[in-house]
Design a protein around this ligand. Structure first.
Ligand SMILES: Cc1cc2nc3c(=O)[nH]c(=O)nc-3n(C[C@H](O)[C@H](O)[C@H](O)COP(=O)(O)O)c2cc1C
Length: 276
């Protein structure tokens, strides 16, 4: 049940909810309040656009009261210059402080992640978090020991061959090329048969990266985890990533360095204007 309810006194019959519904299931007869036919309820994407677009907070759906939403006024939104600096100034951090991120901040970042978009509003992402650096240290030891053994037994698959370059630096100089000494990791996964699992996973991490960096944290995408898990499948089981899930990961923590300026990549992207 969608629990689609309208406060008739507040509703100004503006039809905004009707016209913004992506699946066109909200109807309104002249001067009456909007409604959804029971047989149409199963077509609802549960996107809550109707609740978000209502200018008078007259509409409730899925048990969500409009008063519990954050108001969207321009004064509280980051402006174009701020967003541009955040995106231009985002860096891949590979040096971290050896301490945990404050759990309350982590909680705030993770709560916001449910707002990243997913294809057909599927939203069935799973977020796995290593929130304690001690757990990360144990994982690191397990992985590096496993990789060392795999290398000696010639069991590193060809596509993960790069990993062989990480073993001697780790054991001889304690240089951590795989985990970058990050105290935390976030692994996002989605069922492989979801409408767009790869996009959903990457978007959630891209949003997380910007959000975390806006809070002063460092992040780095963790593609190398795929090489590790291709070599050591037991680690995938240990991390609880289901075999039928698509996943990607990110390392993060309090950075041990600060970048003083942006890099200069303007005009490097190939942009072609399509003209008909
Ligand atoms: C999908 C993806 C996977 C990546 N995997 C790793 C990784 O495993 N380890 C690492 O140190 N950097 C990784 N990176 C970071 C890139 O190397 C980095 O984005 C690039 O060097 C440019 O630096 P910048 O992010 O500071 O602009 C990855 C980046 C992306 C987008």
């Amino acid at each position: 049940m969608l629990q689609f309810t309208i406060n008739a006194e507040r509703c100004i019959r503006c039809r905004r909810c009707v016209t913004d519904c992506p699946v066109c299931i909200i109807e309104q007869k002249e001067k009456e309040v909007p409604f959804i036919r029971p047989e149409q309820e199963e077509n609802c994407l549960r996107c809550q656009h109707c609740l978000a677009v209502c200018p008078t907070a007259a509409l409730s759906i899925l048990g969500k009261k409009p008063e519990a939403s954050l108001p969207l006024d321009a004064a509280h939104m980051p402006n174009l210059d701020q967003m541009t600096l955040l995106i231009r100034g985002r860096r891949s951090f590979r040096q971290y402080q050896d301490k945990n991120v404050d759990p309350e901040l982590l909680q705030q970042l993770l709560a916001t992640l449910a707002n990243s978009p997913t294809g057909i509003n599927n939203r069935r992402l799973t977020f796995r978090l290593i929130d304690d650096r001690e757990a990360m240290n144990r994982l690191r030891e397990k992985v590096m020991t496993g990789l060392n053994e795999a290398a000696k037994a010639n069991r590193i698959p060809e596509r993960a061959a790069y990993l062989t370059n990480t073993i001697a630096p780790y054991f001889e100089q304690r240089r951590d090329i795989i985990f970058r000494n990050a105290p935390h990791a976030l692994i996002v996964s989605a069922e492989a048969d979801a409408p767009c699992p790869q996009q959903d996973v990457a978007l959630a991490l891209a949003y997380f990266e910007l959000l975390a960096q806006s809070a002063g944290l460092g992040t780095v995408w963790w593609g190398m985890l795929h090489f590790v898990l291709a070599t050591l499948p037991d680690i995938r089981t240990l991390l609880g990533i289901p075999p039928d899930h698509v996943f990607y990961a990110m390392l993060f923590g309090r950075p041990a360095i600060k970048y003083s300026r942006t890099v200069q990549r303007d005009n490097e992207a190939e942009i072609r204007h399509i003209i008909f």
